[in-house]
Design a protein around this ligand. Structure first.
Ligand code: DX5
Ligand code: ZN
Length: 213
């Protein structure tokens, strides 16, 4: 039987009303959510722009809950420590910039990451990226999280891509990964059931949570 860590709910702040962000976040806090998932987009890695470290710092001032910062940016090397300083508890960055740009060195960045006291570490993969990308990384790094994108990143409100769930199954059963597996994109009451069954345990949801009572 595969090992499944505790189930957690992480609303994606992307779907919040930014003109009343504090009210939205406090409201969710009262409902017993686990993390706030904060999407950072740079207009290069994805065709959309969101917020920077200043807003993460402001959110840090509003809540004591875990801030799970998802960096959809071309240069995590340059920005990662800025988001950690701003108050991120978890940093998830994508592996794809390292595949596409051989000037970026993932192993070097993971060393810095390992030394970042207190911050929990995650790596993220897009739908086309194989779970086998983690083969060496899992041997060499003590990763806390793997985030599997179940939509192409950049926008909320897209449809869930069920094929990505095979990656969670492979990480649990073939690689024996015992850390948290997050699933992000198109998560709702129905798709979350499939995600949990495949071995994901952290459900990131924007549209579904913010649009429901
Ligand atoms: C997409 C983001 C997601 C997004 C999810 O690039 O990473 O976190 O907010 O939104 P929904 O739940 O609407 O798919
Ligand atoms: Zn996200």
């Amino acid at each position: 039987m595969a090992y499944y860590p505790e189930i957690k709910i992480a609303p994606s702040v992307l779907a919040a009303d930014y003109s009343r962000l504090e009210d939205d976040l406090k409201d969710l806090e009262k409902r017993g959510i686990d993390f706030f998932h904060i999407d950072i987009m740079d207009g290069h890695f994805v065709p959309n722009i969101t917020i920077g470290p200043q807003v993460v710092k402001a959110v840090r001032g509003i809540t004591d809950l875990t801030l799970d910062v998802h960096l959809m940016i071309e240069d995590p090397d340059f920005f990662m420590l800025k988001f950690i300083d701003a108050g991120a508890d978890i940093i998830n960055f994508h592996v794809e910039p390292f595949i596409e740009n051989n000037k970026l060195n993932l192993k070097k960045l993971l060393k810095v990451y390992n030394k970042s006291q207190g911050v929990r570490k995650g790596l993220t993969i897009n739908p086309p990226t194989s779970a086998d990308y983690f083969k060496d990384i899992l041997r060499e790094t003590d990763l806390d999280f793997i985030l599997i994108m179940s939509v192409n990143p950049g926008f909320g409100g897209q449809s869930f891509m069920p094929d990505v769930l095979a990656k969670a199954e492979r990480l649990r059963t073939y690689y024996g990964f015992k850390g948290d597996i997050q699933i992000d994109g198109g998560i709702n009451q129905e798709t979350s059931k499939y995600a949990l069954k495949s071995g994901c345990n952290i459900l990131v949801a924007g549209t579904y949570i913010f649009n429901s009572e």
